[in-house]
Design a binder for this molecule. Structure first.
Ligand SMILES: [Zn+2]
Length: 209
């Protein structure tokens, strides 16, 4: 086993197994051990149902992309995606795993590549079709989805305060948030002689006169 320095990781490599969708992680590990490797080659595996499986520990160099193993982590969707795409569940989990790795290893969507792209980084890489034509065609979309996952949603812009009057008397202030006016319901109800009850189970505000 060779240790993988987390600081040297600057590529996340997406693979398919080019085998059966129904292969288990145990079977894939056995195939890789039979090649004389010290463990399963990939760091993370995702099955057809979208279940995420741990492969080789992240602090150990993988055996998944010859020539760039010392600077990358390998994520593999189980199955052959030369002609058909991975399932939606598998793709969602892939985006989840890649976004998590981007966060933890401080990487961006540009650092996500398909295995066949390895030849762009080193002459020693083995040319491959991996992760299959149908899957590889989704790489731009996968990168976009990872970036979306990494970008926090914008906080709504609140306007200046809005004064709220009941029968000519100011009872409080509200705000306009994204075109909708929010007012202090309890203050208004009380000024009108009503009671206000918050029902957390029903997620309801109940106003009674
Ligand atoms: Zn591969």
């Amino acid at each position: 086993m060779t240790a993988l320095n987390p600081k040297s990781v600057n590529l996340l490599v997406v693979h398919h197994t080019a085998g059966n969708k129904s292969d288990t992680v145990a079977q894939i590990r056995a195939q890789h051990l039979a090649k004389g490797w010290s463990d399963i080659g990939y760091h993370w595996l995702i099955d057809d149902k979208g279940k995420i499986h741990k492969g080789r520990p992240e602090d150990e160099q993988g055996a998944h992309a010859y020539g760039i193993n010392e600077r990358s982590l390998g994520v593999c969707v189980i199955g052959d995606y030369s002609r058909s795409k991975p399932s939606d569940a598998a793709l969602s989990s892939l985006v989840f795993v890649l976004a998590d790795l981007c966060r933890r290893f401080r990487l961006k969507r540009e650092n996500i590549i398909g295995h066949r792209d390895a030849v762009r980084f080193t002459k020693t890489a083995t040319p491959t079709e991996c992760p299959g034509d149908a899957f590889y065609a989704l790489m731009p979309e996968i990168r976009r989805r990872v970036e979306q996952t990494l970008t926090p949603p914008p906080t709504p812009k609140a306007s200046d305060e809005v004064r709220v009057f009941v029968n000519g008397q100011q009872v409080g202030t509200g705000r306009i948030i994204e075109g909708k006016t929010f007012v202090p319901v309890a203050a208004i109800a009380q000024a009108l002689g009503c009671s206000v009850e918050w029902d957390g189970d029903a997620m309801a505000v109940k106003i009674k006169k």
